[in-house]
Design a protein around this ligand. Structure first.
Ligand SMILES: O=c1ccn([C@H]2C[C@H](O)[C@@H](CO)O2)c(=O)[nH]1
Ligand SMILES: [Zn+2]
Length: 130
């Protein structure tokens, strides 16, 4: 199963009645397993969650802690860009070089590293006072 195929499948599961914008995300953890998610909106708009957040939550709940690669797909005119919050969430479980592929339903793809998406990310090292 490719991550793109899984992300496209999960996009179909999105609950997005307010924006009408369905997003799917699939990631491979460093131990080789695949996890995914879709956006889940809410009538209280700020309570909605992104597809990437769902995929990361599934990974963590299964005991994995490292993203090897992640793919996000939406029916957008250009490859969908993870929001700022998701860039930070990805950075938590990625290395600087972890590849993040953004894709459109029509087949356009862009791949960037986690560091390119969020240079200077806040991380645990910033809280290390030793
Ligand atoms: O990378 C992205 C960008 C947007 N959304 C969702 C949030 C909201 O439900 C909808 C419109 O912003 O798309 C994601 O899930 N991931
Ligand atoms: Zn997001």
């Amino acid at each position: 199963m490719t991550l793109l195929h899984e992300a496209r499948r999960l996009r179909e599961m999105a609950y997005a009645p307010y924006s009408g914008f369905q997003v799917g995300a699939a990631l491979r953890s460093a131990d080789g397993r695949v996890f995914g998610g879709c956006n889940v909106e809410n009538a209280a708009y700020p309570e909605g969650t992104c597809a990437e957040a769902g995929a990361i939550a599934a990974m963590v709940a299964a005991g994995a802690r490292a993203i090897a690669e992640i793919v996000v797909v939406a029916d957008s005119p250009t490859p969908v860009a993870p929001c700022g919050g998701c860039r930070q969430k990805i950075a938590e479980f990625a290395t600087a070089e972890t590849r993040v592929t953004m894709a459109t339903l029509a087949g356009q793809e862009i791949t960037m590293t986690a560091k390119e998406l969020l240079p200077g990310a806040f991380g645990a090292s910033h809280m290390d006072k030793s």
